[in-house]
Ligand binder design. Structure first.
Ligand SMILES: [Zn+2]
Ligand SMILES: [Zn+2]
Length: 278
């Protein structure tokens, strides 16, 4: 089997589909998702968006554009817990935190590459008070999962974005008593800042009033409990368009780009956020 794996990893997806037809044993194996997962892993990629199959990901031809330094081990709770304290105690503008599991480096300067030059640790988190957490790969020289404000249809970047969002959400979540004071207070500060300047040079986005109210209660310090994922399912009609019978301030509120970006990463969204041009 190892030989087949080697051949398979050397062929492109079209050739592989033909190659699979040539042997019934191989054809049988290729019916299992694990076959395609293994091929992706041979290409250095061990993560995939849940709505994308391993076969689709492999056949998309996007594996070579994906960051192989990103991996699902980064979602393990022991890893998350070890990085959380580091990140939230150093969260200020222009800081970077190394996301290598054996390293606790943090430093000044979002574009500082000295640490990468000496330690070869690829993935870092760039911290800033407004953009919060930007996942950056020094080796691939790119921001991971940066999809601006529209969802990307490419399966490779969709998968990168999926891991990035999961990771940032976990890094910002309060799961233990010890997280509470540090993370809650810092999040309230950061989110209040975002709230204040969110409409600068921004399009507007429409979100449900009930979530917005719960969020304001959190950032104003009224409660220490953040509102959880944004449920934005009550605003659209069946055809996906905005229900015209709804009222601003009663049923919905407007948010700016920064808040929208932040909510998608740190809270997660069910339903769609309807956006309007300014
Ligand atoms: Zn990379
Ligand atoms: Zn490092």
């Amino acid at each position: 089997m190892e030989i087949i794996d080697k051949i398979s990893s050397a062929l492109n997806s079209k050739d592989i589909l033909c190659f699979i037809q040539s042997s019934s044993a191989l054809y049988y194996r290729a019916q299992h998702p694990s076959f395609w997962k293994h091929l992706c892993e041979l290409n250095g990629i061990n993560y995939c968006h849940p709505n994308v199959t391993w076969k689709e990901l492999f056949c998309s031809g996007e594996l070579s554009n994906m960051c192989p330094h990103l991996n699902t081990n980064m979602l393990d709770s022991s890893f998350i817990q070890s990085k959380k304290q580091l990140i939230w105690s150093h969260l200020k503008n222009n800081q970077i935190v190394c996301l290598d599991s054996s390293c606790d480096f943090f430093g000044e300067g979002a574009y500082d590459t000295d640490h990468y030059a000496t330690d070869k640790h690829s993935i870092i988190l760039k911290l800033s008070l407004l953009h919060m957490m930007e996942l950056w790969c020094n080796h691939c020289v790119k921001t991971i999962g940066f999809d601006y404000f529209h969802s990307d249809t490419k399966q490779g970047s969709k998968s990168e974005s999926y891991i990035m969002k999961k990771l940032t959400k976990k890094l910002g979540s309060v799961t233990q008593e010890t997280d509470n004071q540090l993370i809650t207070k810092r999040r309230q500060e950061v989110e209040s800042d975002i709230f204040r300047i969110q409409f600068r040079n921004s399009t507007t986005h429409i979100i449900q009033k009930d979530w917005h109210t719960a969020w304001l209660d959190f950032i104003s310090g009224k409660t220490i409990h953040h509102p959880g994922p944004l449920l934005n399912t009550k605003l659209s009609r069946q055809d996906g368009t905005l229900n015209p019978a709804l009222f601003l301030g009663k049923d919905f509120e407007l948010i700016g780009n920064l808040t929208c970006w932040y909510i998608e990463r740190m809270y997660g969204v069910s339903g769609t956020i309807v956006s309007s041009s300014k």
